[in-house]
Design a protein around this ligand. Structure first.
Ligand SMILES: [Zn+2]
Length: 288
């Protein structure tokens, strides 16, 4: 190779390298790259179809009060700004409410309500429908913010064991409040609400799930309601489904049910779905 052609090759190489480097480092090129949505892991959809099921007939409020309902283990606190915070803990298999209460206390969890004093008689009829109850009384709901129904997006960050998409679809059958599923995102829809649903191996905490609620006045605080599901316990698929249904129901404003026919019953049941009292109470909560 002659000196001239070697120099020419060198110039060519330098130019090519500069183009490659420019291509890699150019902010224009980076901005122009298409942004694909992050793919969900196996077993999780990215999004489910946002369709409200047909309207169900509303039944008359049952004449009977629900009587006493096991409200489980919870914390409740009035914050300095006047808002309230509540965390509702679901005991793991083999763990009683009292066990869980003691364990949480030992861990330094504050504002715990002793479950032996947490069996509530719902004298206020607006906080119950048949066997179902609201999470708080006076009851708390999600704001419509200009929509015909409150728009709740459940933002799923959980492992494949937790069927959040299926549970959201069941809750979306409730009249008056719309529940939508998204994998690892919440859409930029004005006035909608985002509820984060997490799972992780939180260890032997005594809880399968916990829902954190916060509200001011009659309305939940957007971005301050979240769910944590515990991957530590070796539980059945049915129990995963029940617990997912249960915690989502809390996030919509429901408390516990005294019926083993509802996923809102506390304890070691494997009831997979809400029952008609849950749906009717949600309708009552969100129609007014
Ligand atoms: Zn609960």
């Amino acid at each position: 190779m002659s000196l001239v052609s070697a120099r020419r090759l060198g110039v060519l190489l330098t130019s090519a390298t500069a183009v490659v480097l420019l291509g890699l480092s150019s902010p224009v090129a980076a901005a122009a790259a298409p942004t694909a949505p992050a793919a969900p892991p196996p077993g999780k959809p990215l999004v489910t179809t946002d369709v409200k099921p047909p309207t169900q007939p509303v039944t008359k409020r049952p004449p009977t009060a629900p009587g006493q309902v096991d409200q489980g283990v919870r914390t409740i606190k009035r914050n300095a700004d006047g808002s309230y915070s509540m965390s509702v803990y679901s005991p793991a298999p083999g763990v009683t409410d009292q066990d869980l209460y003691r364990r949480l206390k030992a861990r330094g969890v504050r504002d715990l309500v002793n479950p032996s004093q947490a069996v509530t008689t719902f004298d206020d009829g607006s906080c119950a429908w048949g066997t179902s109850t609201t999470a708080a009384c006076p009851r708390v709901e999600w704001a419509r913010n200009g929509h015909s129904h409150p728009q709740i997006y459940f933002n799923d960050h959980t492992s494949a064991a937790w069927p959040v998409d299926a549970a959201v679809a069941k809750w979306n059958q409730a009249e008056g409040v719309d529940s939508w599923y998204r994998w690892n995102s919440c859409p930029n829809v004005a006035g909608s609400h985002c509820v984060h649903v997490y799972s992780a191996n939180y260890g032997e905490t005594g809880t399968v799930g916990v829902t954190h609620l916060q509200w001011t006045g009659d309305y939940f605080s957007d971005g301050q309601v979240s769910i944590e599901l515990n991957d530590f316990y070796n539980i059945t698929a049915a129990r995963h489904r029940k617990s997912t249904c249960h915690e989502l129901g809390h996030a919509l404003g429901l408390g516990h049910s005294s019926s083993s026919g509802s996923c809102m019953i506390s304890g070691a049941y494997e009831t997979l779905y809400p029952d008609s009292n849950d749906y009717n109470l949600l309708h009552d909560l969100y129609q007014g």
